[in-house]
Write a protein that binds this ligand. Sequence first.
Ligand code: IMP
Ligand code: MG
Length: 183
Amino acid sequence: MEIKNTEDFNKHIKRVLVSEEEIKAEIKKAAAKIDALYDGRPILLVSILKGAFVFMADLCRAVTVPCEIGFMCAKSYYSGTVSTGVVQITMDLDRDVSNYHLVIVEDIIDTGRTLNDVVKMLKARNPLSLTVITLLDKPSRRLVEFEADISLFTIPDHFVIGYGLDCAELYRNLPYIAEYTEN
Ligand code: IMP
Ligand code: MG
């Protein structure tokens, strides 16, 4: 994939899978679920970078419970669009989570490996509670058993881009979620 101009960039966007309006509507519902779940208790939203940064930005402005935000960087290595199954924490949270209700904010659950590892690690630090919310879920691709507590969209086995999700670091800035095509 060599992107030299807007034309190169655009030709890999096959079709819009989830529109801006649909994302907005589902975030509103998901935020209401979080509000109901915590009922005024403060939470710590933890976003897994980089993919979840856009979702996090919209979700944190839609919840009304008192909320702090934190970031972690977990890399699941991809060669092109294929997962290689290696998960590494390249940036950890900057605080002790034992006094927090944690809400892990993820962009997509694919094989399930990233969240399976991250959740195991965070649970070992004894937070008050832990909930996982994901924007997208590709259940047909699961290699380890993992379910999010809240999932906004279930999608078929397509490689998707936009709204934070990348292909070789590009396309994160698309305001919608699209299907990626190689040519
Ligand atoms: P998992 O560990 O296989 O569940 O993969 C999770 C991570 O892989 C996500 O946080 C994404 O960063 C990345 N990923 C999985 N599927 C896609 C996709 O379709 N487009 C872009 N990134 C993806
Ligand atoms: Mg990624």
